[in-house]
Design a protein around this ligand. Structure first.
Ligand code: NAP
Ligand code: MG
Length: 498
């Protein structure tokens, strides 16, 4: 699906925007009437005021979610009935993808091209795929003698809190919500304060598809209030969180200080893109290199910002990457020709440009980019040469379009440098040698390794991080369902027949 720039702008001006929370099947103001502003990052203008949910609102949503969970309308429904509702929701998302995508682009500064693909294809596919999985997941029978029958069954885990980041607003919601709903859980979704609008619209579609009231609640608000109230709630069984490593740590503390709820964490990264000396520096490789770093304006947890390149090819590599980065089109997110839209907020733009200044001050050499463009929150794709491993721009997650090239002497040095990070989310390796590729893939301490192309995998493959990038929880694949299921043993003692 595609929209011209004029079509996208005309849809944007005619959009009806839902700004209230969605609790127990109704759109509602927050309990104290409080709101916060959602801003269009491409213009800096306020889009609307959104309900800021209080701890009281969280209580109300948990009570509705628990009551629905206990009555079994969703949690004990036949899996094929849950599947049918989720397939309807998937179809409704496809039908409404253009409006959802324009809304998300306005709210986040993401390009319309990415929003249309993520929502019209990926988000819709997630509800379809997990809907289909609902009635295709089997339990187990343990081996016993004839004195027993031992069943190992999975049950929905209960009431879950899904706390989300702003970089892929509806996609991150789908990554968690689709498996949680398929498992039969009742859900509270806390979108990032920067991007609450598309998930509120999705809540209405979920209701239209037949998701029972109370099973899906959306609570916009600030992390410190709404997010913390979810983290500390005594009647939430699980929180699945995607966001920064710092806030992920808060959720572990909240759980420890409340009901010991289970916390699943998907967090930050500083992922390497490794080019060994035998790789051909083709246009395809360079396209993967810049895309791995600059896709979504670098606001991507698995962005490959540490580009570790064998010194024998590093200069040629740098020239090609610099030229390609300089050709990126930065600007109006609603223009389908735009490659990079706006950074999500003015503060975030300042953080990114602060890192660029720090890189220069630390002695790295900027070969392109750096400048801010236009009235909104724009940063050009930026390439640094001459990085050393101790520099802040080589170690810390910038979450903007800032790529650094680190030359290394050989494969072992590349592996050592790649592994020298607090994070462990993703890595890309380019080599023509299958033995070197497999050696690197096995030794890199991270959740996903992509060989001869940048890829995060797809719906079928688990995604998550080692070290401070994540917990053992995984999003995507059948593994994601495990986050939302309890395991029960039913041991039936067998007597002799009469
Ligand atoms: P963030 O600041 O950690 O926020 C994530 C969520 O936590 C938001 O909903 C936020 O609410 C909430 N929150 C913030 N402070 C809180 C607190 N004190 N108590 C409870 N909740 C709180 O992360 P972000 O800036 O939105 O997203 C960027 C980060 O996400 C990056 O580090 C990126 O690497 C990571 N990320 C990881 C993955 C992955 O799969 N591993 C995917 C995407 C992004 P507010 O919006 O109100 O602050
Ligand atoms: Mg916004």
């Amino acid at each position: 699906m595609s929209l011209t720039k004029d079509q996208a702008h005309s849809r944007a001006s005619g959009l009806a925007i839902e700004t209230r929370a969605f609790i127990d099947g109704s759109f509602t103001a927050s309990s104290d009437g409080g709101t916060f502003e959602s801003v269009n990052p491409a213009t800096g203008e306020t889009l609307c005021a959104v309900a800021h949910c209080t701890a009281e609102d969280v209580d109300r949503a948990v009570a509705a979610a628990r009551s629905r969970f206990n009555d079994g309308v969703w949690s004990r429904a036949a899996p094929e009935d849950r599947k049918e509702v989720m397939l309807k929701l998937s179809a409704l998302i496809r039908e409404n993808a253009a409006d959802l995508a324009v809304l998300e682009s306005l709210d986040s500064g993401k390009t319309i091209t990415d929003c249309l693909h993520e929502i019209g294809t990926e988000v819709a596919n997630f509800f379809q795929w997990y809907g289909e999985l609902a009635d295709k997941s089997f339990g187990k029978v343990a081996p016993t003698g004839e004195d027993a029958l031992a069943l190992i069954v999975k049950e929905p885990a209960g009431v879950v809190g899904l706390v989300l980041p702003w970089n892929f607003p509806l996609l991150m919601a789908a990554w968690k919500l689709a498996p949680a709903l398929a498992a039969g859980c009742s859900c509270l979704v806390k979108p990032a304060e920067q991007t609450p609008l598309s998930i509120l619209r999705l809540a209405a579609l979920a209701q239209e598809a037949g998701v029972p009231d109370g099973v899906l609640n959306v609570l916009p608000g600030m992390g410190e209030t709404t997010g913390q109230a979810i983290g500390r709630h005594g009647d939430i069984d699980i929180v699945s969180f995607t966001g920064s490593t710092e806030v992920g740590g808060y959720f572990l503390r909240y759980a420890g200080e409340s009901n010991l709820k289970v916390i699943g964490l998907e967090m930050g990264g500083k992922s390497p893109f490794i080019v060994l000396d035998d790789a051909d520096l083709t246009d395809d490789l360079i396209e993967h290199a810049v895309n791995s770093a600059f896709w979504n304006g670098g606001q991507n947890c698995s962005a490959n910002m540490r580009q570790i390149v064998d010194a024998r090819v590093a200069e040629a590599y740098l020239d090609k990457v610099t030229a390609r980065a300089a050709a990126y089109k930065v600007g109006d997110p609603l223009d389908p020709d735009t490659d990079i839209g706006a950074m999500v907020t003015a503060e975030h733009m300042a953080r990114v440009t602060g890192y660029i200044d720090k890189g220069v001050a630390e002695g790295a050499r900027m070969t392109t980019g750096g400048a801010r463009k236009g009235a909104g929150f724009f940063v050009e794709p930026t390439v640094f040469a001459g990085l050393t491993p101790d520099m802040a721009i080589a170690r810390e997650e910038i979450f903007g379009p800032v790529l650094g090239v680190l030359p290394v002497a050989n494969m072992d040095a590349a592996l050592q440098l790649a592994a020298d990070s607090d994070y462990g989310l993703h890595a890309t390796v380019f080599t023509r040698d299958i033995d070197r590729a497999l050696h690197m893939a096995r030794r890199l301490p991270c959740g996903t390794v992509s060989v001869n192309g940048f890829s995060e995998g797809d719906i079928k493959t688990p995604f998550g991080g080692y070290k401070r990038s994540g917990s053992l929880a995984r999003d995507n694949g059948v593994e994601a369902m495990e986050q939302y299921l309890q395991t029960k043993t039913i041991w039936i003692c067998q007597g002799a027949p009469a």
